[in-house]
Design a protein around this ligand. Sequence first.
Ligand code: NAD
Length: 493
Amino acid sequence: TATATAGAPGRVPEDLPQRIQHYIDGQFVDSVDGDTFDVLDPVTNETYVQAAAGKKADIDRAVAAARRAFTEGPWPRMLPRERSRVLHRIADIVESRDARLAAMESYDSGLPITQALGQARRAAENFRFFADLIVAQADDTFKVPGRQINYVNRKPIGVAGLITPWNTPFMLESWKLGPALATGNTVVLKPAEFTPLSASLWAGIFEEAGLPQGVFNLVNGLGEDAGDALVKHPDVPLISFTGESSTGQLIFGNAAPYLKGLSMELGGKSPAVVFADADLDAAVDATIFGVFSLNGERCTAGSRILVQRDIYADFVERYAAQAKRVVVGYPHDPATEVGSLVHPEHYDKVMSYIEIGKTEARLVAGGGRAKGFDTGNFVAPTVFVDVKPDARIFQEEIFGPVVAITPFDTDEEALALANGVKYGLAAYVWTNDLKRAHNFAQAIEAGMVWLNSNNVRDLRTPFGGVKASGLGHEGGYRSIDFYTDQQAVHITL
Ligand code: NAD
């Protein structure tokens, strides 16, 4: 069974911090009121560290520091090349410590260590990418012969508020920090309360890389306290948020009186559509990975698989067999493919959906706690088949290792099923018919579509969802656009 020493040796990183503090104006500090909250080890669900619980007073201090660094400090005024050098140093440091970062992330979040390692490398790549992009940035200039010259003066906006979720926290923080900093803004980051460990490492990395004081500020705490105060702070003109759709709705409303710039990356219930003419081996492998990697705690998870009737029985049989072979294990074990879910509250939510699923559909794999793990948040990879489109497990985001499989007959039916949910983040299409692939992909209501492939993406492409999955796309120059004002200057000749 899982105890504090379960899976030892090596399960618990040796250099865990004694406590997790805020980082404001270049100093590690506690909350003004001294309050803290418990951070749990997801294998034992025991408290392993206390983190500072930020409130409005802490957000006020952090925003004041960020504002000072923006109005008086060098960062917004530096040449893009100079900022780029700092960002490349950040990428170098992250890369050189990828194993330690991954160990911390895996311990705090329950993600399998091999997958956490990939996320640490991706975090470095995010910094490198925006460091390069900002140097290559060109802006529009238009000439009206004999009359006018018009040009774009691109400027950083000010203090960006960054609010991030607990799934792949370090990587998702880098996805916001990279472009926000590259463009010359200063930031206040409010990381998810379930997973504050890796976020606390940014401060040391940034200091070492030479980021000026006050440019990066970190306030830990609950969403309804620290997050809420950041959203409602009048000196924070931008909020970049990743999290649940319902939280996004709340933030929209709270930011409305201030008319803030908002970037919203929200939930998903993404379909993987498998046609009878698909390469079945590749489709089974990819759709297994698509929902069970990252513990199923992945915004772009292919959590609904729609399979053409001709191959349905065959697909289901192979899929269930393969799901049963997915290795559930301790997060730090390199053999592990599904680790422990992040937190007991989230485990309870996923388990309640599994119970709902048993009343709605046919269970062919998993269906509860993983065998051999009596404690901790270990869920067996779970497969429901013959799932009806009005079932809750078809409609609602579960965010765990649980998949719903549904048959279809025609392309039209597949499209109606694919689009028949409130979300529209990602979609995956498996077919060897070129025309169908493109027509189907273009008709799907999803911000991102993968044809005969898994979700590997080029960082220049748009990232984001439609419908309840988000507003605004980031990625490449779109991120630069979000974090800058494009002022038009007109000159009469
Ligand atoms: P969440 O919405 O519960 O929390 C996200 C963040 O918002 C946390 O830092 C939280 O403290 C904060 N928060 C909560 N209430 C707040 C409030 N009232 N004001 C301000 N901040 C508040 O989401 P989660 O459970 O941490 O993350 C999982 C969700 O994130 C899933 O729905 C997943 O699909 C989504 N997600 C989306 C993407 C994407 O790119 N589209 C990526 C990863 C995760």
